[in-house]
Design a protein around this ligand. Structure first.
Ligand SMILES: [Zn+2]
Ligand SMILES: [Zn+2]
Length: 158
């Protein structure tokens, strides 16, 4: 049985997230549900907190931006969401069960998710070789994505 897959919860549904919140003792308000729902829709795009707030506000004009901010903070406290940063971009969120680091293409801006084992190996090497402890999920690698590289083969160094 692969525990790695079991813990990824990539496909966590709104209902499962709502259950997780209830277990944490949080009330599940309309606003809180709306925040989670919208987050699930657009999380692959790594929306900034502001973008997320605007999207929610557009669909639910009754929900004020301050409510969205407050609820994101609460979801973070409850351990449902984890704050991340892609490069020097604004803060964004991941499901706390799906925290990963990123690689960003400097040409087209595409954001890739790094497989967790890549960073685990790097973290271990840094620890052993330098005694350096890597902060989880704050690493962004920069480079050229596969399709940009194909378009410009000279990028292939070595
Ligand atoms: Zn690219
Ligand atoms: Zn990500």
């Amino acid at each position: 049985m692969s525990t790695k897959t079991d813990h990824r919860h990539d496909d966590m549904t709104l209902d499962e997230l709502v259950d997780a919140l209830r277990r944490d003792g949080s009330r599940v308000t309309t606003a809180r549900r709306a925040v989670l729902e919208e987050f699930l829709h657009c999380r692959e795009q790594h929306p900034s907190v502001e973008e997320l707030a605007e999207r929610i506000h557009r669909r639910y004009p009754d929900i004020h931006l301050s409510t969205v901010y407050r609820n994101l903070g609460r979801l973070e406290e409850a351990g449902v969401l984890a704050r991340v940063r892609v490069g020097d971009g604004p803060a964004s969120y991941h499901l706390s069960t799906d925290v990963h680091d990123h690689a960003v293409c400097e040409r087209c801006g595409v954001v890739l998710h790094l497989p967790p084992q890549v960073m685990a190996e790097l973290a271990e090497l840094l620890d052993v070789e330098l005694g350096f402890v890597l902060s989880p999920s704050h690493v962004t690698l920069r480079g050229a994505c596969d399709s940009c590289r194909r378009r410009q083969p000279t990028l292939k160094t070595k």
